[in-house]
Write a protein that binds this ligand. Sequence first.
Ligand code: OGA
Ligand code: MN
Length: 284
Amino acid sequence: MPITIHPLAPHLGAEIRGLDLAQPLSDQDFETVRQAFYDHGLIVVRDHPFGDDDHIRFSQRFGELKRLKFDAYLGERRPEIFVVSNIKKDDQYIGAHDAGMFWHSDGPFLDQPHGPSALHALEVPEQDGRALGNTEFTNTAAAYDALSPEMKRRIEGMQAVNSLARRFELAQREGVQGTSAARQASGEVLAAVHPVARVHPVTGRKCLYVSDGYTTEIVGMPQDEAKALIKELTDHVVKPDFRYTHAWRVHDLVMWDNCATQHKATFDYKLPQRRLMHRTTLEG
Ligand code: OGA
Ligand code: MN
C-alpha cells in the first residue's frame, strides 16, 4: 500500500495512511514521512497495532533517543519509554499523571531542548463511546508568522528564561497533589535561556518559543513588563486558528515537533477510567 498524507487542520498536523509501524520502513517511505512531519509539525499514524520495540525503532529513524532522568516513569523493559498514565499500582502512579496540564513544549528548561516526542496510546478513557483525554496542539511557526510587524521587530533578538519550577508552581496553584514535576525537580533547578523567536533547526522557520507552562522571564526586562509580554505572546500562540485537537484511539501514534508546536492535555476523566500512554523523546 502506498503511503499517503492527509492534512488534519489548516496549520497543523497530517495523518499518514498506509504506514504499519510493525513492518520495516524503506528509506524512500521514511523520507516521505519525515518530509510530512517537518511540513505539518505533527503526524498521526493509526489503525495498525504495534509495540514498544516498533515505537522505538520508528522514533530512532528521526535521530538519537533521549534517556530521560525521571526513573519512576521509565518503562520497565525499555528505559527509552517514558510512561504517561493515571493508573496506580501499589498506590503509586505508574506514570506521569499530570503531564501537560499547561500549554508547553517538551524540555525548554534544558540548554539542549528535546527534538520530537512520539506518544503511543495503549489505553484511552472513554464515556458513551466518546474518547476522553484529548491532547490539544498548536503551531508556533504559524503563530509567529501571524504576529504584527511591530511585534516581530520588538521580539527580535529577545531571550526568555524557561523553568521547570514554573510548572511546579502552576500545578501547586491548581491544587495537584504529588505532582510529577515535584518529583522531577527535586534537588535540581532546571532552567534555560532560549530566543523568544527560535529558529527551527531543520526548517529554518521562526517559532514562538514561549509557553504558559515554562516561560518565566524575559532577559533584561523588568518583571511586570515581561509578565505582560509573556501573557500577550502565550495568549496569541494558542489561538484556535493555529490548533489541532487529537482525539485518541488505542494504537494511535502522534509525533510532534517540540520547536514548531506546543501541546496541552485534557483532564476530563478519572479512575476507574484509565489512560496509558508511552512516549519516546528525541535528542534536540
Ligand atoms: C507529553 C504530554 C499530554 C497528554 O507526553 O509530553 O504532555 O495528553 N502529554 O498525554
Ligand atoms: Mn508534554
